[in-house]
Design a protein around this ligand. Structure first.
Ligand code: EPU
Length: 428
């Protein structure tokens, strides 16, 4: 696990140049790791990002009785033949939101689940009603205490029954959990108003590679015919579109010429479109994206909404970039309307951003420059926004709360240093 006792010192003003490789996608890897619990044969997962949320998830699987073996830096083998349910350590589960996938996986494999209430980035209220709806639609009975949630199939000796799940809203987590619960359920399941994110498709592709029968992932209707068992496979996680997008915005803000490799440009369409609107030159190289920026930023209106719209996980980074636009910009988040905790820190660095809580948006009046300051990251993407602001700013910034950044960005200090950024990590 990463230490919580380091901070970043960043001296802004150096343009970025060169090439940087995107790691595997955290938010695809999380449900895929928990999906390994459904399998009694060995799964080899490649292109895993080495970030703390992944380390913590592997620890949860290990506590459940799975055998975990690292094969190389980003490849792990998992055998969950000896796993049981209800063994997770609450302190692990409370570290990340993705631990909620343990519930779908335990229910799917054992017909029972008991987990602590999950934690994660708390930038907004994060209800779980849609997760519960998915499980109850498949015949599970749910009980909730102050600290724990229990779910059991109606007949304790039988697996879940396939069911019809009609979500009230598009939820990435609830869609993934419905898939996890339905994969081994008896009979047929249909998920309506499913999330369409690439990580949902990746989860379905992984499970299908293990013998599951899941169709329609990436559309709003997912159909699953339950199978009796899965077999082992080797699977490579997709590249992290949010990490790639963040690196592009870093280059946009600092200026320079950067090629981000190991990307699926299609996943980043809305992000690159906004970067072009903000005055950047973007070149699609097939499995890489090149960005050229002279550091001048045009204003833009960014509206985050579920995929294929602009991702909520990229709006804080754009707020940092647009804080130096030559005009007025708007950032609106229709997924998490209160995900604007970073505004205060950006304003401390000289930005002029007003958060309008009634409408879930921030109004940005571009300033000529930001100034280095001491700031603290409140959550993962807010941390990325502060690094972007620090790369743009005049002078030195000190960013604390770096444990948040390490939840989702692999080797970020090394990657940025390799591009010429003046950044170092030191003990707090
Ligand atoms: N929602 C409900 N009820 C539910 C579930 C969700 O009302 O039962 C609402 C949420 O409050 C939100 C909306 O539905 O308004 C969408 O939330 P979603 O369930 O899609 O989010 P999530 O699964 O909790 C994942 C990512 C987040 C990312 C969101 C949206 C993981 C582990 N987390 O969260 O990633 O912001 O989808 O794309 O995959 C991050 O990586 O920084 C991060 C926070």
């Amino acid at each position: 696990m990463a230490s919580t006792s380091t901070k970043l010192i960043v001296t802004g003003g150096s343009p970025l140049h060169g090439s940087v490789r995107t790691s595997g996608m955290k938010n695809a890897a999380l449900p895929i790791l928990f999906a390994c619990l459904l399998n009694t044969e060995t799964c080899v997962i490649r292109n895993l990002p080495r970030v703390t949320d992944i380390d913590c998830s592997l620890h949860i699987l290990e506590t459940a009785g799975a055998e975990i073996r690292w094969i190389d830096k980003d490849t792990v083998s998992i055998n969950a033949a000896g796993a049981r349910y209800g063994l997770s350590d609450p302190s692990d589960v409370q570290r990340l939101r993705g631990s909620l996938y343990l519930m779908g996986a335990e229910l799917g494999r054992f017909g029972h689940s008991k987990i602590a209430r999950p934690g994660g980035c708390n930038f907004a209220p994060r209800p779980i009603d849609q997760h519960k709806k998915a499980f109850t639609s498949m015949g599970a009975v749910i009980m909730e205490g102050q600290d724990f949630i229990w779910a059991d199939s109606q007949n304790p000796k039988e697996p879940l029954e396939g069911g019809y799940v009609s979500f009230d809203i598009q939820s990435v987590g609830a869609t993934a959990n419905a898939i996890l619960a339905a994969t081994l359920a008896k009979g047929y399941s249909e998920i309506e108003n499913a999330a369409k994110e690439p990580h949902i498709v990746d989860l379905a592709n992984f499970l299908n590679a293990c013998g599951a029968e899941i169709r329609g992932a990436g559309t709003s209707t997912i159909k699953i015919r339950g199978v009796e068992r899965l077999h082992g496979c080797t699977y490579e996680i997709i590249p992290d579109m949010i990490e790639a997008g963040t690196l592009l915005v870093m280059a946009a803000g600092a200026g320079g010429d950067v090629t981000v490799t190991n990307v699926i440009p299609q996943h980043l369409k809305t992000v690159t479109a906004k970067l072009i609107e903000a005055g950047m030159q973007i070149e699609d190289l097939g499995d890489a994206l090149r960005i050229r920026s002279d550091g001048n930023v045009a204003p833009a209106v960014v509206k985050a909404a579920p995929y294929p719209n602009f991702p909520t996980d990229m709006q804080p980074q754009f707020a940092a970039l647009l804080s130096v636009c030559n005009g007025e910009s708007v950032i609106e988040d229709n997924v998490f309307t209160s995900r604007f905790q970073y505004v205060e820190a950006l304003n401390r660095m000289g930005a002029s951003i007003q958060y309008d809580s009634d409408h879930g948006r921030a109004l940005i009046t571009g300033v000529k420059y930001l100034t280095g300051a001491k700031v603290t990251a409140t959550d993962l993407r807010a941390a990325a926004a502060l690094v972007i602001a620090a790369l743009i700013a005049k002078g030195e910034s000190e960013i604390t709360g770096i444990d948040k950044l390490k939840r989702g960005y692999e080797d970020i200090v090394e990657k940025l240093s390799g591009l010429g950024a003046v950044i170092r990590e030191i003990p707090e």
